[in-house]
Design a protein around this ligand. Structure first.
Ligand code: MOS
Length: 735
C-alpha cells in the first residue's frame, strides 16, 4: 500500500458524487414544508420608495407573505449589527431596512409563496412608486469626488519620485482603466433557512465561501448566540469571491423563515447575481522612468477605485508597484470614488489582477521605449527583497519562472520588432508579464477521529468552492498518518465543526491544510503513547519525531513497525480523537510571503476584422510545494481563461441615467469560454519554503489570473503597434 500522497495528482474524492448528481448543493435541500421567496429589486439607483403596492400580489392563492420595509420585524431595526467579517469601513447594506434606495437592483421586497413559480409570478405584480433622485455610476465622470477617506494605508513612498521621473532618460506617463467585472459562479446564490420555534434557533443552508462568516452575520442581526445558528454549505458551485460576504438572500430567507415558521428558500436568478458585489471599475495612472540601460528610476502609481455610497471598499492595487522591482523612488496613491452601486467585492486576486495589469503593461511600454527586451528589462530590475518592506522573501523562484516560461514558450526565438504576418490577414504578437500574489496563512482549527477499523475522519468548517479542498485535505491527512486515502473522510462546510477562515485569499491549503497536518500529528502522538504502554518493544526512549507513519503502521527508529489498528485494539479503544488550532508562526513576520509567476502569450489579430485570438499561453508558477498537481493545474487553467476574458471580453455595462446594469445575463456579459481557449500550458517551478507555513504550499487560487491581461495587452501591441489601455481590448479599439 502506497500512502504517500502529497505532490501526487489525485482525482477529486467528491468527483463521482458531483458527476452523478449525488453531491447535494445548497439549493437542493428540501426540508419539510419548504416555501419559496422571490426578490423584487429596485429599478432606480438613488431616491426613495414612495409607495409599494402589494395587494394584487397578495391575492394570488399560494402567496404567504410579502415582506417590504413597511413590515420588517421591529427587532431587526434597532440595535442590530449587520456587519460581517469582511465588512469594509462604512455602514453595511441592510435589506428592507427603510425606504431609501442606494443602488439599482437593491432588494426591496420578498414575496414568499408555496412554489418558486408562484412567488416569481406574484413578484411581477408588486408595484413600486419611487421618488427618483439623480444617480451617478460612472467613475470617469466622478473623478472629482475621489477621496482618500476610508482608504487603508498604502505601502510607504520612498525617495523623490517626481524629480527622479523628470530626470529619467526614458519615461512613460499613461492611464489605464478597466470596467466592472462580475463573478458569475455557475451556481447562483441561494439560502434555505429553517427556524426552530421552540429552541429559537436557525439551521441554514447557505451558498457561501465560509460558513463562519454567515453565522457571524446572522447572529449579529438576529441577536443570537452562535450555538443557535448552524450554517451548512457542503458543496459550492464556484465562488471567485462572490461568496466571501454573506449576501442579501441569506438575510431574507432567515427573516422570512422566522416570521412564517416555515423553511424558506431564496434563490437568486442570474440577473440578480449582478445585483451585489463586483470587481470595481478602476482608473490607474502610471508614470515610470528609467535610464537608457533599463534601470528603473521612478515609479508613480495612482489608482482610483470604485466604491458604493455606504461602504469604503479597499483593494491592494498600487502596493505591488512598490514591491516588485528595485527602484529608489516610488510614490503610491489610492483613492476611492463613491458611486450609486452596491459595494464592490473581492474577485479573484482582488487588487492584484488590477494593479499588476497597469504595472505590467507600463513595464512593457517602458521596455519598448528603452529598446530592451521586456523579459530582460524585468531581470535588470529584479528584486531579491520585498522593496516595500525591505524584508527577505520566504522564497522567490521568479527568475526560474522567467527561465522556464521563456524556454517552454520559445520567447527568445520569437520574431520581434517586425510585425510578422502569418498570412495576409493575420498579425501575430507576443507579450509577457509577471504575476504575484500573497501567500497567507490564517488561524485554523481541525479535528481528527481515528477509529479501530482504521477509518480516519477529519473535519474543519472550511469550504470547497470547487477548488478541491475535500481532495487535498484527504491527501494531507492520509499522508501524515500513513493511511490509505480510501480510509480517510474529510468533512467541511458546517459551523458545528472546528473553526476555519473563509475560503479566500488562496489561503485554504496553507491554513486549513497545515491545521489538518497538525491534528493528524497529534493523533500519531497519541498512538505512540498507546504503543508505549501496549507494545512489546521498549519505546521509553523513543521521541515522537523519531516515529514515522506509512502503510497503516507506525514505523519505529529501529525499522520495526506497529499496525495502528492493533494499537487501538490492544488499548481496547473504539477510537481516539484530537482537536487543534494552528496559527502562523511568529518567525513568518520577518519575511514576505508571495507566490510568483511569469505569463507569456501569443495573440493573433485579424487585420481586417480586428478579432483577437490567443493561440498560446504559458504560465510558469512558483507556488511553493504543490500538494496535488492535477487540482493545482486546474486552478491555473481556470484563472488563465479568466485572464483572457478580462483582457478581451468582460465588461459590466451600467446605464448611467438610472444605474441599471445593461448586460446582466450570460449572453451579453461576455466571458471567456471553451471556444476562446487554445493551448494553455502550466508549469510549476520547484520552490522549497520552510517558512511560509508547515506545508510549504503557497496557494494557487488567485496567482493564475495575475498578469494574464497585461501579457495579452502587450502582445496585442506587439502585433498591431496599438496600445489599448482601457479593458477590454475589443476589436473596435484596434481597428
Ligand atoms: Mo477570493 S476573491 O479571496 O474568493
Amino acid at each position: 500500500m502506497d500512502t504517500a500522497y502529497i505532490g501526487k495528482s489525485r482525482k477529486r474524492v467528491d468527483g463521482v458524487k458531483k458527476v452523478t448528481g449525488t453531491a447535494t448543493y445548497v439549493g437542493e435541500f428540501k426540508p419539510n414544508g419548504l416555501v419559496h421567496g422571490y426578490v423584487v429589486n429596485s429599478t432606480i439607483a438613488n431616491g426613495k420608495i414612495v409607495a409599494i403596492h402589494t395587494d394584487k400580489a397578495k391575492l394570488i392563492e399560494g402567496v404567504l407573505e410579502i415582506f417590504t420595509h413597511e413590515n420588517l420585524p421591529e427587532d431587526l431595526v434597532h440595535n442590530v449589527d449587520y456587519t460581517d467579517p469582511l465588512s469594509p469601513p462604512g455602514h453595511p447594506f441592510r435589506p428592507l431596512y427603510n425606504d431609501n434606495i442606494l443602488y439599482n437592483g437593491q432588494p426591496i421586497a420578498l414575496v414568499v409563496a408555496e412554489s418558486f413559480e408562484l412567488a416569481r409570478y406574484a413578484a411581477g405584480l408588486v408595484e413600486v412608486e419611487y421618488q427618483v433622485e439623480e444617480c451617478s455610476t460612472d467613475i470617469m465622470k466622478n473623478r472629482d469626488s475621489a477621496t482618500s477617506e476610508g482608504v487603508e494605508d498604502t505601502a510607504p513612498n520612498r525617495g523623490n519620485p517626481e524629480l527622479a521621473f523628470t530626470n529619467a532618460e526614458v519615461q512613460i506617463d499613461v492611464e489605464y482603466s478597466q470596467p466592472r467585472h462580475y463573478h458569475n459562479p455557475m451556481e447562483p446564490h441561494v439560502s434555505i433557512a429553517e427556524w426552530d420555534v421552540d429552541n429559537k434557533s436557525f439551521k441554514i443552508y447557505d451558498k457561501v465561501q465560509g460558513v463562519n462568516s454567515s453565522q457571524k452575520y446572522i447572529c449579529g442581526i438576529f441577536n443570537l448566540n452562535s450555538e443557535k445558528v448552524q450554517i451548512l454549505s457542503p458543496f459550492v458551485g464556484g465562488g471567485f469571491g462572490s461568496g466571501l460576504r454573506p449576501q442579501y438572500q441569506l438575510f431574507l430567507a432567515a427573516m422570512a423563515a422566522r416570521e412564517l415558521h416555515r423553511p424558506v428558500k431564496v434563490s437568486l436568478t442570474r440577473k440578480q447575481m449582478f445585483s451585489f458585489g463586483h470587481r470595481p471599475a478602476c482608473i490607474q495612472n502610471t508614470q515610470l522612468g528609467a535610464s537608457k540601460e533599463g534601470k528603473l528610476e521612478s515609479i508613480i502609481h495612482k489608482a482610483y477605485g470604485e466604491t458604493s455610497k455606504f461602504e469604503k471598499y479597499n483593494e491592494t492595487i498600487v502596493d505591488w508597484s512598490g514591491m516588485m522591482y528595485c527602484c529608489d523612488h516610488v510614490k503610491l496613491e489610492y483613492e476611492l470614488i463613491p458611486v450609486n452601486v452596491y459595494t464592490p467585492m473581492d474577485m479573484r486576486a482582488p487588487g492584484g489582477a488590477t494593479g499588476m495589469f497597469a504595472l505590467e503593461c507600463a513595464m512593457d511600454e517602458l521596455a519598448v521605449k528603452a529598446n530592451i527586451d521586456p523579459l530582460e528589462f524585468r531581470l535588470i530590475n529584479y528584486a531579491n527583497k520585498d522593496q516595500n518592506e525591505d524584508k527577505p522573501y520566504s522564497s522567490k523562484e521568479l527568475k526560474e519562472c522567467y527561465r522556464q516560461a521563456a524556454e517552454h514558450f520559445g520567447w527568445h526565438q520569437r520574431q520581434t520588432k517586425t510585425i510578422e504576418k502569418k498570412d495576409d490577414t493575420v498579425l501575430v504578437g507576443y507579450g509577457m508579464a509577471t504575476g504575484c500574489w500573497e501567500a497567507m496563512q490564517q488561524k485554523s482549527s481541525a479535528k481528527a477521529v481515528l477509529d479501530s477499523s482504521g477509518k480516519l475522519v477529519v473535519s474543519s468548517s472550511t469550504a470547497d468552492i470547487g477548488t478541491g479542498t475535500y481532495t487535498v485535505m484527504s491527501q494531507i491527512a492520509a499522508e501524515t498518518l500513513g493511511v490509505s486515502m480510501m480510509d480517510v473522510q474529510f468533512d467541511l462546510g458546517d459551523t458545528s465543526m472546528p473553526k476555519a477562515p473563509i475560503e479566500g485569499g488562496s489561503w485554504t491549503v496553507s491554513s486549513v491544510g497545515s491545521a489538518v497536518k497538525a491534528v493528524c500529528i497529534k493523533i500519531k502522538e497519541q498512538l505512540v503513547d498507546l504503543a508505549k504502554v501496549s507494545s512489546n518493544e521498549n519505546l521509553d526512549e523513543v521521541s515522537y519525531d523519531e516515529v514515522s507513519c506509512a502503510d497503516g503502521e507506525l514505523v519505529l527508529p529501529n525499522g520495526k513497525s506497529i499496525n495502528i489498528k492493533k494499537i487501538l485494539k490492544k488499548a481496547a479503544l473504539d477510537k481516539i480523537e484530537a482537536e487543534n488550532t494552528l496559527e502562523p508562526e511568529e518567525r513568518q513576520e520577518q519575511y514576505s510571503c508571495y507566490a510568483h509567476s511569469c505569463v507569456m502569450v501569443e495573440v493573433n489579430v485579424d487585420k481586417d476584422l480586428g478579432m483577437i485570438t490567443v493561440p498560446r499561453v504559458t504560465s510558469a508558477i512558483a507556488g511553493g510545494r504543490i500538494i496535488n498537481p492535477k487540482t493545482a493545474e486546474s486552478q491555473i487553467l481556470g484563472a488563465i481563461t479568466w485572464g483572457i476574458g478580462m483582457a478581451l471580453e468582460e465588461e459590466g455595462m451600467i446605464d448611467d441615467r438610472n444605474g441599471r446594469i445593461m448586460n446582466a445575463n450570460l449572453a451579453e456579459y461576455h466571458m471567456a469560454v471553451h471556444a476562446d481557449v487554445q493551448q494553455l500550458d502550466v508549469l510549476f517551478v520547484e520552490e522549497h519554503d520552510d517558512i511560509v507555513n508547515p506545508l510549504g504550499a503557497k496557494g494557487l487560487g488567485e496567482i493564475g489570473i495575475v498578469g494574464v491581461a497585461s501579457a495579452i495587452a502587450n502582445a496585442v501591441y506587439d502585433a498591431t503597434g496599438k496600445r489599448v489601455r482601457n479593458l477590454p481590448i475589443t476589436l473596435d479599439k484596434i481597428l
